[in-house]
Design a binder for this molecule. Structure first.
Ligand code: ACM
Length: 747
């Protein structure tokens, strides 16, 4: 290196030391969601105390509420002495803000009151994480998506006004701006409609509620009347509270399905003779609104009262999961289909939604509907909420309609967030925090010109299994924090997020919130089915030591990057060791058998949504949970047969084979019709060995065993025949059923 180059290098290093520069990156700022750009300098301001004056306007209500909870900020009633300036700057986008901590004062510029609120929230989070005097800071921030929503189902379980406000506080803290309030359902109608008092007297209450999981058979009930509703004054109170937090409230009035509670109150709105009863268990029900003039009059009257108390732009009209059987059997509906020149019952659903859209548009509001509203033709101005996957959203965007993405795979916070056997009961699925964090609301295969139709995304909180606010916090908060960054921040970094998440977890826990903590839970990657012994490794965002024991016998620690070979059956327990803390242990009960060192493949691959740890999951010596079908063990086949080919290293004596299937008809998971076993020496010519029928009376798990085989083979083919189309009357009727299979045990 030449002399001047060395001199230049030293000069640069010297300048870098002298210049005040960012002392740390976003991981230490404490701010979630991470701002678009941020410079926290090593230089201190002279600010050792902050004084804030805020205008009385309602849209600054949250700033005031938060200031009262910010250590080191005094709230005053006149501008003198204030060293925080809050100023609306019309040159920056509405939700954007700029935050400057200068030598003697803090300046926040917002594109609107919302922008100012976000700027102040960032200041609050920054202050909570450091001592005075504050460092000098420059933050320029703007959300990636304009729609950042959280939903709450108050029909399956009811939450009080105070609890809804707590939920809104959580949302405001993470810069969400849309509260989707799911107010009507089969199990209860929760909004006062003055013109229809029986909605309050009858539809708001059910006589009892299902105990345990829907998949537990036989169904049992608690025998207790349950219900409640919000008066219109309650609604106004909540809407005002949300508005002080710059959150729009979107009421959902479900139609034409999920309407049993309304039918119980006003049976003349159904297609059948009734009587109807407010639902006492979960699911999809065949009795739905009949598209008569009486029904439209009822719904228009309901909408009249709804629009008078919800000032926002949107009314959500549901539209999901509407079985068509009542319409098929109704001569009125069949005549209406003919009269209107509709193709079928899907056309009738489209007619229903389009007609209601027209009415709602006439009130100056726009409709949102779940993605089923695409079926039979989309109403002209509708915004689509894509929940069954991303396809509905893609299709709507291609048709130039606005879309809110909320696919079950990433946005359903009623799913399990951990594979831990002790997790509280949830509906199913598996959506851990890192999956939520990594979510990209705009599907990759959407062309650039259509991307603008994706307004943003939303977390959904269905409450069949969320009976109280503590469980709501457990299910929604940790993942809600991760989702806020997926919707707000352009540059995401999970490692940096985790450090900030630790702080936030601490704050909420100190306030008494029941927040889940799964971030350092080990997620084993089990490699099996490749013709070698089983290996376990852990893909952690940070390097950590891993403790391990086999049947209580401690093994030497390993590192998170290493893999561990399983050569011994027994209960293997693994746990992280991080900063003196041990993470929740993960327990893997390995029961090695002749299949665990074989190769495995499937003729039809499992669905990407339920692909466990790959095909090897089915033969890795671990049985999937008896309660949960999500996660790394069960493989889900959507509408197809599961045809497994097992290849041994050499000809192997087979005496007994068993395989396990999951039944969860509420989640569209059916047992196979039959299971066939064939053997082969060469992998080309197979000989049938046994066919077993499956006992559909079994509980959630069905074991299918092939006994006394006394055969020798190199290849085995095990074919589980998919149940097929889900019958009318069942949940998911007319869709292909799922088949879930786990361990094939070979002895
Ligand atoms: C839905 O989850 N049924 C929209």
């Amino acid at each position: 290196m030449k002399c001047f180059q060395i001199f230049y290098l030293y000069l640069c290093m010297f300048i870098m030391i002298l210049l005040p520069h960012s002392s740390f990156g976003q991981e230490k700022s404490g701010i979630i969601p991470a701002p678009a750009s941020m410079d926290i300098r090593n230089e201190k301001s002279q600010i050792d105390r902050l004084v804030l004056y805020v205008l009385e306007n309602p849209e600054y209500g949250y700033i005031k509420a938060l200031a009262r909870q910010t250590p080191g900020i005094a709230l005053v009633t006149s501008p003198e002495g204030s060293n925080i300036t809050l100023e609306i700057d019309g040159r920056i986008p509405k939700e954007a803000y700029e935050l400057y901590i200068e030598d003697k004062q803090v300046k926040i510029y917002g594109g609107s009151a919302a922008g100012l609120q976000y700027g102040f929230t960032s200041l609050h989070q920054l202050i909570l994480n450091r001592n005075f005097p504050l460092p000098k800071v420059v933050i320029k921030d703007n959300p990636e998506f304009s729609y950042r929503g959280m939903h709450l189902d108050v029909a399956r379980n009811f939450f009080t006004v105070a609890e809804v406000k707590k939920y809104l506080d959580f949302m405001a803290f993470y810069k969400y701006n849309a509260f989707h309030w799911h107010l009507t359902e089969d199990q209860g109608w929760r909004i006062e409609i003055k013109k229809y008092p029986k909605l309050q007297e009858i539809a708001a209450y059910r006589k009892e509620t299902l105990i345990g999981h829907y998949n537990d058979q036989p169904h049992q009930f608690d025998g207790k009347k349950y219900g409640g509703y919000y008066t219109q004054d309650d609604v106004k109170d909540i809407v005002a509270y949300a508005s002080e937090r710059n959150i729009d409230v979107i009421p959902e009035i479900e139609m034409p399905g999920h309407s049993l509670a309304a039918l119980a109150a006003y049976p003349e709105l159904g297609c059948g003779p009734g009587p109807y009863e407010v639902a006492t268990k979960w699911g999809v029900f065949e009795d739905v609104y009949c598209p008569t003039e009486k029904t439209f009059k009822f719904l228009e009257d309901v909408i009249d009262e709804v629009v008078s108390i919800f000032p926002g732009k949107y009314i959500h009209i549901g539209g999901d999961e509407c079985p068509k059987i009542a319409w098929k059997n109704s001569s009125f509906c069949q005549e209406l289909i003919k009269k209107e020149g509709l193709k079928d019952e899907h056309g009738l659903q489209s007619y229903f939604i389009t007609r209601m859209e027209k009415y709602i548009n006439s009130k100056g509001k726009q409709i949102i509907g779940w993605d089923e509203i695409l079926e039979g033709g989309l109403a002209p101005n509708a915004t689509v909420m894509s929940w069954r996957g991303i396809e509905g959203g893609l299709e709507a965007a291609r048709q130039n309609h606005d879309v809110i993405m909320t696919p079950g795979s990433h946005c359903y916070f009623d799913h399990y967030q951990s594979e831990n056997a002790n997790e509280p009961l949830a509906i199913g699925g598996y959506t851990p925090i890192e999956k939520v964090y990594a979510w990209q609301p705009i599907p990759e295969n959407l062309t650039a010109d259509k991307r603008k139709y994706i307004l943003g995304g939303q977390a959904n909180l269905w409450t069949e299994y969320i009976q109280n606010f503590s469980k709501l916090e457990y299910m929604a908060y940790a993942r809600g924090i991760a989702m806020s960054e997926a919707l707000w921040s352009k540059n995401k970094n999970y490692n940096a997020f985790l450090q900030r998440y630790e702080l936030h977890h601490g704050w909420w826990t100190a306030k008494g919130s029941n927040m889940a903590y799964h971030i350092y839970e080990l997620k084993p990657k089990i490699t099996a089915g490749v013709g070698k012994s089983i290996k376990v490794s852990f893909d952690l965002p940070i390097k950590t030591a891993i403790g391990h024991s086999i049947d209580k016998t401690l093994q030497p620690d390993m590192n998170s990057g290493e893999s561990f070979e399983i050569t011994q059956s027994g209960l293997h327990t693994f746990f992280t060791k991080i900063n003196g803390k041990e993470g929740t242990p993960i327990k893997l009960n390995f029961d090695l058998h002749k299949g665990t060192t074989a190769k495995i493949s499937f003729v039809n691959p499992p669905s990407e949504k339920y692909s466990g740890n790959g095909a090897g999951s089915i033969i890795n010596g671990i049985k999937g949970s008896n309660e949960k079908y999500g996660g790394s063990e069960w493989l889900g086949f959507e509408g197809t047969d599961a045809i497994a080919i097992v290849e041994f290293a050499k000809a192997t004596q087979i005496d007994e084979i068993s395989c396990r299937f999951f039944k969860g008809e509420g989640q569209w998971i059916y047992l196979p019709k039959k299971v066939t076993l064939e053997i082969s020496k060469d992998g080309n010519n197979y000989t049938p060995l046994q066919i077993n029928q499956v006992n559909t009376q079994d509980g959630k798990i069905s074991n299918v065993s092939f006994k006394n085989l006394q055969a020798s083979c190199k290849f085995l083919k095990i074919k589980a025949q998919n149940f097929g189309i889900i019958p009318e009357g069942a949940q998911g009727a007319s869709h292909g059923s799922w088949l879930f299979m786990d361990e094939i045990i070979i002895k």
